[in-house]
Design a protein around this ligand. Structure first.
Ligand code: 4NP
Length: 152
């Protein structure tokens, strides 16, 4: 299965989601390929934010080899599941992918564990280190829910 995590910059939230889910999938013996992309393309070619790298590393996950890339409509041909970190990201994906947008492949990431509740992963880009720890916890818990769902 091929899974794509999408946020705005592809430097804070989705690189963590990629690293955490890929790590858990490997441990669970699932043959998954997890990638990530961003809708704004502002940071194309850059590694993840230093605080995302730091918080991942503190939790035993290495994400420093990742490079930011822009989401494209062609991703709908490549991936089985596309998780958006927030509702505004889905709006951007629709604008970018146009007729390639496939509702059946897209889910709000937190719908896997918090259906009907606050469903956007907060964007830590505008705050300090604490926000990155908070976001790690949120993403980590949700990745556990995803693994549980597919290993039942
Ligand atoms: P991310 O956070 O979407 O979680 O990677 C952001 C990073 C950069 C920007 C916005 C959000 N930016 O506008 O540059």
């Amino acid at each position: 299965m091929k899974i794509l995590m999408v946020c705005l910059g592809n430097i804070c939230r989705s690189p963590l989601a990629e690293g955490i889910l890929q790590n858990k999938a490997l441990k669970a013996g699932l043959n998954w390929q997890v990638d990530s992309a961003g809708t704004n393309g502002y940071h194309t070619g850059e590694p993840p934010h230093h605080l995302s790298i730091k918080v991942a590393k503190l939790n035993g996950i290495d994400i420093c080899e990742q490079r930011s890339r822009k989401f494209t409509g062609a991703d709908f041909g490549e991936y089985d599941i596309i998780y958006a970190m927030a509702a505004d990201v889905i709006d951007d994906m629709k604008r970018i992918a146009k007729t390639d947008f496939d509702t059946n492949k897209v889910s709000l990431f937190l719908d896997e564990s918090l259906p009907g509740e606050e469903r956007d992963v907060p964007d830590p880009w505008y705050g300090g280190e604490e926000g990155y720890h908070e976001v790690f916890e949120i993403i980590n818990n949700n990745c556990d829910s995803i693994i549980k769902k597919y290993t039942k």
